[in-house]
Design a protein around this ligand. Structure first.
Ligand code: PTJ
Length: 245
């Protein structure tokens, strides 16, 4: 038990979730390295949601609400840290959820499928019995996608995504949104909307934004999306990294 008074309480809680998920057998072997990298960037931005991240979240939610087939892609880390919150966001923007693993194994897919069921979500795509197609006709697991999900999606939210996979998705012509604490990652640079924030803060905030944007006219959502410049926003995100003594 971590005492609530511990100065690193929130951060240690997330580490605990990652350790638990690793013991449950559904994380990639390198998941803790990825988590540690995220943690370091979060530390450098003061573990807060910055203004450029908020702006990107408004644009991301608007884009999802405007899409015909938005999909939230989930991997081991995203599930360990924000399973319930992802389900909430999916409901709120009417998006599908698809298991999309960089290090895909049947065992991991099985455990993650069951986990979402245990959390009340039975419609997960990318499971073992789903209809799988290959993006850009590349026949390997990196480009596999559910026929009714990522394969036919127009907008995909890919939190904590590896650069290779992001590149394949981008090349297939999809509108890509990422949540990635590293504004210098290939995924952040390649995406159409990059949210430099911790997934545990970003996803619930996006659900709140969705409740607001759902009441707005379509023109306002389109304006948000059209006026957004991801490159500029990433520069502003990077400038949020300040080393204070
Ligand atoms: O479950 P799998 O097989 O799909 O594998 C998942 C990982 C994350 C291991 C895989 O996609 C991977 O290797 O990813 P990368 O290349 O390490 O990229 C993950 C990115 O997520 C890095 O840029 C991290 O800084 C960032 N990141 C880590 N934790 C968080 C985060 N971003 C937001 N919130 C976090 N909590």
């Amino acid at each position: 038990m971590i005492p609530k008074s511990h100065p690193r309480y929130e951060s240690l809680l997330l580490r605990d979730k990652i350790v638990k998920a690793s013991k449950e057998g559904y994380l990639a072997e390198s998941a803790m390295i990825a988590h540690g990298r995220g943690e370091a960037f979060d530390y450098l931005i003061g573990e807060r949601t910055t203004y450029p991240a908020k702006r990107a979240m408004y644009v991301a939610v608007a884009a999802m609400l405007l899409s015909n087939n938005p999909v939230i892609s989930v991997n081991g880390n995203a599930t360990a840290l924000a399973c319930d919150e992802i389900i909430e966001l999916a409901k709120s923007v009417n998006a599908k959820i698809e298991i999309n693993l960089f290090y895909r194994t049947d065992d991991r897919v099985k455990i993650i499928t069951q986990l979402y069921k245990d959390h009340g979500y039975n419609k997960i795509l990318g499971s073992l019995d789903d209809d799988i197609e290959y993006l850009n006709e590349i026949k390997n697991s990196r480009s596999s996608a559910s026929k009714t999900g990522i394969y036919s999606a127009d907008t995909i939210l890919i939190p904590l995504e590896d650069g290779d996979r992001a590149e394949i998705l981008k090349k297939s012509g999809k509108n890509i949104i990422t949540i990635d604490l590293n504004p210098l990652s290939r995924t952040s640079k390649m995406s159409d909307v990059s949210i430099m924030d911790n997934i545990v803060r970003a996803i619930p905030f996006m659900t709140k934004i969705a409740e607001d944007l759902k009441t707005q006219d379509k023109e306002i959502l389109m304006q948000l999306v059209n006026e957004f410049d991801n490159e500029e926003n990433l520069k502003e995100s990077l400038a949020q990294i300040r080393v204070k003594e």
